[in-house]
Ligand binder design. Sequence first.
Ligand SMILES: [Fe+2]
Ligand SMILES: [Fe+2]
Length: 273
Amino acid sequence: MKHWRIDDVAWDRFDPSKVEPELIPLVKAAAMVERNGTDYAIYLSRVFNDDKDFRQAADYWADEEVQHGDALGKWAMLADPAWDYPAAFARYKAGFKLPLDAEASVRGSRTGELIARCMVETGTSSYYSALADATKEPVLQQICRHIAADEFRHFKLFYDHMKRYLARENIGLLNRLRIAVGRIGESEDDELAYAWHCGNDADGVAYEHGRCTADYMSRAMGFYRFRHIERGMGMIFKAVGLPPRGRLSDLSAKAAWRLMQWRRQRLIARLAA
Ligand SMILES: [Fe+2]
Ligand SMILES: [Fe+2]
């Protein structure tokens, strides 16, 4: 059962005078990645082929991710009536392919796969919390709050299954950390950069990974506040099996915050050049 539906959103409260123009391209790009959730469910159903419970949970999960894409896409078409969500997504789907023929997780184990999923849900829950806190437009705020709540629940879903597999597969802490850090680093891979391209570049503009990453990341990073990073760090710690609250988590959150500011400046400089 979904926890909310597109029709539950108070679309009639949309207020164009409160739309922050700098949020529109971020919402368009996010809609691409979210809408692609069904492809990820196909991959997960192959990786967890004999785990009926998990496969069913992954199907529900994918339905929710698709709804995230549709809600964001609908909002972006209100904010920019010239934008065509189905056409932009068709472009994304044609150009970005997940390894749907995988027989096993690209992370080396099922525990690893679930840790990587926890990292993605950590990223999305903090991102939509940050966007909800940043916008004054009531409909976008409501959508982002709904989505963030789903993403926190998704984290818990993958975390619970991960614990089950960890008991069997016994992946060591260092390996779990390596997988987690590796997945976080992938936020600058094609999945997001190409979504930026399909959501925002005019027809005929060539895809350039570096430019799209810099454009997307430098803008997105500007909306985070320290509290979002702090909460996210607690979730990362929990997923890898470290104490989510404490000195190490605090220090890591502060370091991550500084790293993000530094990276943002680097990306802005790259765009200017
Ligand atoms: Fe989502
Ligand atoms: Fe999610």
